[in-house]
Ligand binder design. Structure first.
Ligand code: ZN
Length: 298
């Protein structure tokens, strides 16, 4: 009998050790951080790609299937994904990952939010009504996201707590080291005034000291209008601004038009991991953006 038990243990032990937590994230940045913390204990899928506007993602049946089998769902939260996440979660019918469930992770937990409006006016089409949701673009917030993910993994897979804690430490130390490098590179350009297409850079601005003066969109989520572009052209001329920050998912026509009329330059920055083929991790994202800004300003 004892022999059989040990045989059974041998048979099942490898299965147990190798059962990974299945994680679905809304954006690839959360996937990258979850992989740093979870290591070989997790299998992570991101719904949105890095070159997609995270506010607007078309739901697909394959996403519902992934969500129906997930142990953990990680969302940016606030109102970044309100246009597409509730319907997907509803269709997935997976209690674990519904809001309030054991595997539901709101990555905005503990994040010091910027631009929390004092009054809410949905009528104007604003899609940032709970504060600016693009917080992963400050690498210091990446550390907070990593802590939240580590806590969840430790709760759901307590046998590997030590591993998650060690991975969190490595991730945190790497962020601290890289921040010094990134800040060092951008320090000469502190307070450089720029224009952006969409209001998704306040956390990046806050960390690295650029000054974003205005946006091509008249309101977050409202495409540029002729009157807004005219206003931007005159601001750029009077304040001698020469940089317009675009994102991979916005057509470049508006930015190009403004650039032509001001002698300015359009810089497309990455808003997420995977925005270009070279951006494979959360660290690559900032390496890329810092280099893009340096090239544009020099
Ligand atoms: Zn936004």
């Amino acid at each position: 009998m004892k022999k059989y038990v040990s045989l059974l243990l041998l048979l099942f032990a490898p299965l147990c050790t190798h059962a990974q937590l299945k994680i679905v994230t809304t954006i690839p940045d959360l996937k990258s951080i979850a992989e740093y913390i979870g290591g070989d204990r997790v299998n992570v899928f991101s719904i949105a790609t890095g070159y997609q506007n995270p506010h607007f993602v078309d739901p697909k049946p394959s996403y519902i299937l992934k969500l129906s089998k997930a142990d953990i769902f990680i969302t940016v939260g606030l109102d970044l994904e309100t246009g597409w996440v509730p319907a997907l979660l509803n269709s997935a019918r997976n209690q674990r990952i519904q809001k309030g469930g054991d595997g539901y992770v709101d990555a905005s937990t503990n994040i010091p939010l910027l631009q929390i409006p004092t009054s809410v006016n949905r009528g104007e089409g604003d899609i940032h009504i709970y504060g600016n949701p693009h917080y992963w673009l400050d690498p210091l917030n990446g550390k907070i996201i990593a802590q939240t993910i580590a806590a969840t993994l430790s709760r759901l897979d307590p046998g590997h707590q030590v591993q998650f804690r060690a991975n969190l430490k490595i991730f945190t130390e790497k962020i601290d080291a890289k921040i010094k490098e990134w800040e060092g590179k951008l320090t000469r350009f502190k307070n450089t005034k720029v224009i952006a297409y969409h209001n998704e850079w306040p956390y990046f601005e806050h960390r690295f000291g650029l000054t974003i003066v205005d946006f091509l969109e008249p309101k977050p989520g409202i495409p540029p209008t002729a009157s807004q572009l005219t206003k931007i052209i005159s601001i750029m001329k009077s304040e001698q601004i020469s940089i317009i920050i675009n994102s991979p998912y916005f057509m470049s026509e508006s930015a190009d038009l403004v650039a032509r009329n001001t002698g300015g330059k359009v810089v497309t920055l990455a808003t997420s991991v995977g925005a270009t083929e070279t951006i494979k991790s959360y660290f690559d994202l900032f390496d890329y953006n810092v280099d893009q800004i340096l090239t544009a300003i020099q």
